[in-house]
Ligand binder design. Sequence first.
Ligand code: ATP
Ligand code: MG
Length: 457
Amino acid sequence: MKLKNKIHLGTSVLLIVIVIVMNTAVYFAAGSMLKEADLDRTVAEARRIMTGVLNPAASVSSADLLRAYAPADGMVRIILPDSTVDGVSASPGAIDLRDIEAVYETAEQRNVIEVGSARYARVIAPVIWRNGDVASLEIMENLQATDRILDILRIVLIAASILAVIPAVISARVLGTVISNPIVNMTQTMRHIRESGRYEQIEMNSKQNDELNEMAETFNDMMEQLEKNYVKQEAFVQNASHELKTPLTVVESYANLLKRRGKDRPDLFDESVEAIHEEAVRMKELTQQLLTLARSDESWNIQKESVHVASFVKEAAEAFEKAYDRRIDVGVHAPFTIITDRAKLRQILYIFLDNARKYSDDEIHLLVEKNEIRVIDKGIGIPSSDIDKIFDRFYRVDKARSRKTGGFGLGLSLAKDIAVAIGADVKIESEEGKGTTAIITLSDISEYRATMNEKTE
Ligand code: ATP
Ligand code: MG
């Protein structure tokens, strides 16, 4: 069954049951209250007769005595202990009541009896009769008026129930539609997306801030995110194949050259082999970087150990100085120890040092403070319009310049991925023409153990 119909049916049935139960309860409560009121009135009437018939004159017959007290629609009679009737008076419409068997009762009785199609309130009460005996005074009064009230009440309640149920059923239908429409929309959009392969958004026509709108919003955000990722992924594949195409073209043309004239021209042979080798190394580097980037989170194989950051930075700086013949100045403001993956942290640091080396000519500074490692250069800097994009894969500020320096534009995105894997944070602050500062924040508080009072080595 559809959600819309489920809501409609469920809500309608519930409302109908509630209305029926409530109105039935009202009807029976009113009926029982009216019955009690009638019986009370009849009891009061019996009391009035009891006092009225005390010490009657001997000349007045019992029937005459009771005639004065006969109810408008009913009967009054005196029943002696031997169950014989001594005096009865009935209204013209209730003559039949005389035929009801007379029963002598010593205690007061009150009930409602049915005679034919009519209902009567009957009260039997003990009374001191004219001969001094205790007789039963029986009085019966027609409940026609009460029954009429109950009939009207029944009609009113049925009409009210119907009037209440109709709008309830209609609003349940509307409710079902209101709830299910966005869901139906969403399902349709999802189906569209599956069929067309495009990322579509759900139309939101109400400005309300309800859960359904929230769901549609979340769905749209998700679609946007997926689309962005898809576009990025596509760009990545395009860039990667483009990056591979250039060295492959170089390799191909030199191979061709070798094929045609390699045997007769030893100078060409050396040049070609050298170029092919260079491009092969470049491609190897690129594929290695791509493989690292393609790694999923689980395959990082993090191995944590305690790292004394000051000496770690010094070691890395020394190794780098030797390899590239560049001055690196290490300053330790606040030494600290952290539990992290030493090799991965070194990889991030090398990526930043490599950039500082490539994009500046002066001395590079390395700073250790609080929970940060800063790599500072006074080089060409990064324009503010590019700063948001430099962490994207294959992004290079100046393509021509980067090609000369041999970069793929993968270093920073790799640094970011590694940082996420070891729970660190990386960011870059830069001013064009003045220099760049790369900051590694090792802020995983649970694992961060600052040793501020440790001596600087
Ligand atoms: P790769 O690191 O893959 O060899 P790359 O250095 O060009 O190549 P990234 O390290 O990702 O790539 O850097 C992206 C771009 O950001 C660089 O091309 C460069 O334009 C700019 N950039 C990064 N670091 C600096 C820096 N310290 N000074 C100036 N520009 C920088
Ligand atoms: Mg780089």
